[in-house]
Design a protein around this ligand. Structure first.
Ligand SMILES: Nc1ncnc2c1ncn2[C@@H]1O[C@H](COP(=O)(O)OP(=O)(O)OP(=O)(O)O)[C@@H](O)[C@H]1O
Length: 293
């Protein structure tokens, strides 16, 4: 594997705040051009994971790598290849919009001023407005312009559309998707809104209470996960935890309701495999609700 094959990767990442575990053994990797939507409820650990992945926060254990370099000790050359929009973007409040953009542009040789002008017009952001007077939605869109214009190889966005109305968020997501497909940019974005994720992501990762429960391609997602009811007899014979098991709940008839990753069925007992055709396929939303409930 060449050094650059994974724009972003982490291996067995752990992080605590005080005694509270926030990340527990996360493995994740993004291939070039992949658009990964990181989804999880409030407080699931998404921002913490992003910060550890980028070396903005030090993990207690494990490794985070950006283009093959340890994130916490990233070189300037690697830093120049990525842009990051935090949940609450900093705004150089004393500058006007156009001055802020001109200031930032000086640091990036590939700065795409034509794109900046196009997006400012499209999103009706007044170039003369002082940064301090922008609305939260305008600030968020401007942060995205600032992140897209350097034409990064890796774009990382923490809740990029949180402050936006539905029309603006759709437009913003379209820009992210365009950037990814036109320029082959690798994108990681976090959200707790499933429809956002379905619109742009090629891959999805579910974070739940510090653990990565699901990580995979969005295409064909529905065929890969299912809910299966097993009667009391079979339930009594099953091992305590099956390969690919996401949730197990007691059913009213003393059997079990299982939430399963169908990819793992080769490792299941024969009678369970035979019962698989009765499984109810689960779309992203159903799965999300069942997994995090
Ligand atoms: N600096 C910190 N010190 C102590 N606890 C923290 C700190 N940052 C985050 N936490 C806690 O860690 C947990 C995960 O927080 P994090 O912000 O990573 O979650 P999140 O999934 O991004 O949430 P949201 O969707 O609400 O933004 C939360 O319980 C939060 O209170």
């Amino acid at each position: 594997m060449t050094r650059d094959e994974h724009p972003l990767k982490c291996i067995d990442l752990y992080k605590h705040y005080g005694k509270k575990p926030v990340l527990e053994g996360i493995h994740l990797s993004l291939a070039p051009g992949q658009v990964l939507g990181l989804i999880g409820r409030n407080g699931a650990g998404k921002s913490t994971l992003i910060r550890c992945l980028l070396g903005l926060s030090e993990a207690d254990q494990g490794q985070a790598l950006v283009f093959g370099e340890k994130s916490y000790f990233m070189s300037d050359a690697t830093k120049a290849r990525l842009t990051y929009v935090p949940q609450q973007p900093t705004s150089l409040g004393w500058l006007r919009v156009s001055d802020m953009l001109a200031f930032v542009a000086r640091f990036y040789p590939q700065w795409d001023q034509a794109m900046v002008e196009r997006l400012l017009d499209r999103w009706e952001i007044d170039r003369k407005q002082s940064m301090a007077k922008l609305s939260p939605g305008e600030r968020q869109r401007l942060a995205l312009i600032r992140a897209l214009a350097p034409r990064p190889d890796l774009l990382v966005l923490d809740e990029p559309a949180a402050a936006l109305d539905p029309v603006a968020r759709r437009d913003l997501l379209r820009q992210i998707a365009l950037q990814a497909s036109d320029m082959g940019t690798t994108v990681l974005f976090s959200s707790h809104i499933l429809s956002d994720l379905e619109r742009v992501a090629s891959h999805v990762a579910f974070l739940d209470r510090g653990k990565l429960l699901i990580d995979g391609e969005l295409d064909g997602f529905k065929e890969r996960f299912g809910r299966l009811h097993v009667g009391p007899e079979m339930a009594a014979r099953l091992p305590a935890k099956l390969a690919g098991e996401l949730r197990r709940r007691p059913a009213a008839d003393a059997g079990l309701s299982l939430l399963l990753s169908m990819d793992a069925q080769a490792a299941w007992p024969e009678d369970l495999r035979q019962a698989c055709h009765q499984a109810t396929p689960l779309g992203l939303e159903d799965l999300f609700v069942e997994v995090v409930e």
